[in-house]
Design a protein around this ligand. Structure first.
Ligand code: TYC
Length: 114
């Protein structure tokens, strides 16, 4: 193995700092914020029409989509109704819980990390 001699100008820039001492990242490490599923839970008392209304009002679903999801929750116990950033999911859960309470229905809405 022979040592290679370079002048400063020709020296390979192995640390990719262009000789400045400030290292430039070559591989980008873009972080995506974690997403959260918002879930609606079944219960025996909340009227079906109320759940359909909640899904239309707070989750932007069409009447047909809202009805399908409500039936899924009724039959299976729960369903994901949307996926959002932490802040949006938290706000949706709070709005739904407040709306249900104000109408004296026991409807439960929760969130969990995807
Ligand atoms: N199980 C309720 C009933 O029979 C309807 C219902 C559906 C309640 C979905 C909550 O998230 C729910 N009236």
């Amino acid at each position: 193995m022979t040592a290679q001699i370079f002048s400063m100008a020709d020296r390979p820039d192995r640390d990719n700092d262009g000789g400045t001492g400030v290292r430039l990242e070559t591989r980008s490490k873009t972080q995506r914020p974690p997403l959260y599923k918002v879930l609606i839970l079944n219960d025996d008392y909340t009227p079906m029409e109320f759940v359909v209304h909640v899904l239309e009002r707070f989750f932007g679903l069409s009447h047909a989509q809202a009805f399908d999801i409500m039936l899924t929750v009724h039959k299976k116990g729960l369903a994901v109704v949307g996926v959002y950033s932490y802040e949006i999911a938290e706000t949706k859960v709070a709005l739904v819980m407040d709306f249900a309470q104000r109408h004296q229905h026991p409807l439960q809405c929760t969130m969990e990390k995807e």
